[in-house]
Ligand binder design. Structure first.
Ligand SMILES: NC(=O)c1ccc[n+]([C@@H]2O[C@H](COP(=O)([O-])OP(=O)(O)OC[C@H]3O[C@@H](n4cnc5c(N)ncnc54)[C@H](O)[C@@H]3O)[C@@H](O)[C@H]2O)c1
Ligand SMILES: [Zn+2]
Length: 356
């Protein structure tokens, strides 16, 4: 008998198979949160859920704009009759997964959560690791994830047929987050990927194994180890915000990794050869966007806005210093404070879309 409350860390439990088959695992009377867009592509989802006699099926159109208090309230208000022993299942990408994680944490002070990631990004990253959050709008600009919880899923269902409706862009965005983990954590695997591009299932399995290994050692982000998962995210989040979320999270992180490689080189932490190899791999592998995209996003941005966005980022140190994950080699990293002067020096080159 386990005395762990719902949502407490436990090693990830993954089930692979069709949604039709795995949905039979869902206890009757559960609450389902489903991305409406996904339902459009996979009409069999709703009948499979209905067969489990759910309390309610809440359909929300996924997307960064849905990652807010309005969606959270919608889920919570449909869930009031869910008992504390109940289950919330979320079928969607990272945005609905994050909202549902917060809801599962708040409902009755915590109910059981099942994650069914429908984007590659959610499969390799967001559906694992217990984090959920909603965004806030600050003076007209969206600040990502300032309000959140840790609430680990009881299990995840990986249903490869759900990924068939993803576009090429969505594949790239997810692959970028998977490569992020390989680049920082597993040199030998990186070299294998360079020799032969991994199949989708393998990419998902490898990324989930790497992420789980980090989360198991630092489930509540206390030792600092987990920060490695934020490689590329400091400037990634800035770019995402400056684009007003027209740039997807995955693509923003891809460009943010290029910025992190530049910062690492400028500080003498990332060897030139490593930075060149990783940048090339990110282009060849997942297909990171070109540096011209960084330029077009920051060309007209006052530096003051960037300073503010970086400071609002919750990865900042105690006195607001910028703390970044920098590669020391492929498969290893350091977490270091970066002075404002360091990234300001790189800004003119970034603004022109060239490698500093
Ligand atoms: N909690 C975490 O640890 C963590 C980690 C990484 C990212 N995130 C968050 O995840 C979010 C990004 O996740 P995302 O890229 O999955 O975004 P998303 O949920 O917005 O999905 C992207 C788009 O794809 C659509 N979609 C979803 N599944 C689909 C399918 N099977 N076929 C076709 N279209 C589909 C959605 O409706 C949406 O329009 C960000 O908010 C980010 O902050 C969280
Ligand atoms: Zn991310």
């Amino acid at each position: 008998m386990s005395f762990l409350p719902p949502g407490a860390y436990k090693p990830a439990v993954d089930h692979w198979g069709s949604f039709q088959k795995l949905s039979k695992r869902l206890p009757e009377g559960s609450l389902a949160v489903v991305d409406k867009t996904v339902v459009g592509f996979h009409p069999g989802l709703i009948p499979a859920l209905e067969a489990r006699n759910p309390r309610a099926i809440v359909q929300i159109t996924g997307g960064e704009r849905a990652k807010n208090f309005a969606s959270l309230e919608k889920v919570l208000s449909e869930s009031l009759s869910l008992p504390r022993s109940g289950t919330l299942v979320v079928v969607g990408g990272g945005t609905l997964g994050d909202v549902a994680t917060v809801a599962a944490h708040l409902l009755k002070r915590g109910v059981r959560l099942v994650q069914v990631p429908t984007t590659l990004l959610a499969a390799v990253d967001s559906s694992l690791g217990g984090k959920g959050a909603v965004d806030l709008t600050l003076r007209g600009r969206v600040v990502k994830n300032p309000v959140g919880v840790f609430h680990y899923a009881d299990e995840s269902w990986i249903c490869p047929e759900l990924f068939t409706s993803l576009s090429e862009d969505q594949h790239r965005e997810g692959a970028i987050e998977a490569w992020k983990m390989v680049v920082c954590l597993d040199g030998p695997l990186f070299r294998r990927y360079m020799r032969k591009a991994p199949a989708l299932d393998k990419l998902v399995k490898d990324a989930r194994r790497l992420k789980e290994s980090v989360c198991s050692q630092d489930p509540y982000e206390q030792t600092g180890l987990r920060r490695v998962l934020n490689f590329g995210h400091s400037f990634g989040h800035v770019l995402e915000s400056l684009s007003r979320f027209k740039l997807s999270h995955g693509d923003a992180v891809g460009l943010g990794m290029l910025c992190a490689l530049d910062v690492g080189r400028a500080m003498g932490v990332t060897p030139e050869k490593v930075a060149t190899q990783v940048e090339e791999a990110l282009k060849q592998g997942p297909g990171v966007l070109g540096r011209d995209r960084i330029a077009s996003l920051i060309r007209r941005t006052p530096l003051g806005d960037v300073v503010e966005l970086l400071a609002a980022d919750k990865k900042a140190g105690k006195s607001g210093e910028l703390r970044m994950i920098l590669l020391t080699a492929i498969g290893s990293f350091e977490i270091l404070d970066v002075s404002e002067a360091t990234w300001r020096n790189l800004w003119p080159a970034w603004k022109q879309g060239i490698r500093p």
